[in-house]
Design a protein around this ligand. Structure first.
Ligand code: GLP
Length: 265
């Protein structure tokens, strides 16, 4: 696993990485996240599209999760988030956008079908994600099976509380969701996880320095051949200085992308 703490924001770095990969493969299949941390990545996607630097014409996207029990058009659904922040601003074909159906009558079938759709698209080339302060990836809460596939989850109290900031009373935040599994995530050819702020520091320590364990789902990235965490300094504040130094001094394709970002400033 690679950690990079770029001199630009994680979102800006992630978008530059996307552009780099897209230049080599116009038919990318992406895994896409929601959350505050990734807002800047989407803003960059929109900016790059506006400038004609990238095209999403042949790109397919699979969202990582969606609340269960709320309509896709609910203002706080992840589908609405994607429409507002991403779909409105890029030239994607509607039929190439996928997100689990949180209102599906048969949730189990919905989950199986979602896995099948990913498989039929040829698998995910790059999966972008955020991380919960409890280390969750998508909605795979602590103690999720590390080989799980797309499934329904009962959200932890912590997560419901964290997400309640988006729901104003009398709206109540959903208690359940559909998420791709940890196994689904690990099947992606490349994984790029964004983390920002002190709230993520404990999860990051577990991800980078801890043992692989279901308590900290993000630690599963350690067994992936091409996983990178893109973090800011605050999110790295619990790391040992030696860990930070080690990754800071690495020269590889990920440090090259940072250089490109800086030269375009
Ligand atoms: C939600 C999403 C996760 C995301 C997390 C982080 O829980 N289901 O996929 O990683 O939010 O959100 P934020 O970036 O707002 O901290």
């Amino acid at each position: 696993m690679r950690l990079i703490v770029p001199k630009v924001s994680p979102g800006r770095y992630a978008a530059a990485l996307f552009k780099e990969r897209l230049n080599k493969n116009k038919n990318l299949v992406l895994g896409l996240p929601t959350g505050e941390t990734v807002v800047e990545m989407y803003a960059e996607f929109a900016r790059m599209r506006k400038n004609g630097e990238v095209s999403f014409q042949n790109v397919k996207t699979f969202n990582l999760d969606e609340y269960a029990g709320i309509e896709a058009c609910h203002p706080q659904s992840y589908c609405s988030f994607m429409r507002q922040i991403f779909l409105k601003h890029v030239d994607m074909k509607k039929e190439n956008f996928f997100i689990p159906g949180g209102m599906a009558a048969d949730i189990e079938k919905e989950c199986l079908d979602y896995e099948e759709k990913i498989k039929n698209a040829g698998g995910i080339d790059i999966l972008f994600g955020g991380v919960g302060h409890n280390g969750h990836l998508a909605f795979n809460e602590p103690f999720s099976a590390l080989r799980s596939r797309t499934h329904k989850v009962f959200l932890t109290k912590d997560t419901i509380l964290a997400n309640s900031r988006f729901f104003t009373p009398p709206q109540t935040p959903p208690q359940t969701a559909i998420t791709v599994g940890v196994g689904t995530i690990l099947d992606a050819r490349e994984i790029v996880i964004l983390a920002a702020g002190f709230k993520k520091a404990e999860a990051l320590r577990a991800a980078v320095e801890g043992p692989v364990c279901a308590k900290w789902v993000i630690s599963a990235l350690q067994i992936h051949p091409k996983a990178v965490i893109v973090a800011d300094a605050a999110a790295c504040s619990n790391l040992e200085p030696g860990t930070f130094e080690y990754f800071k001094n690495l020269k590889d394709e990920y440090s090259e992308i940072e250089k490109k970002c800086l030269s375009e400033k």
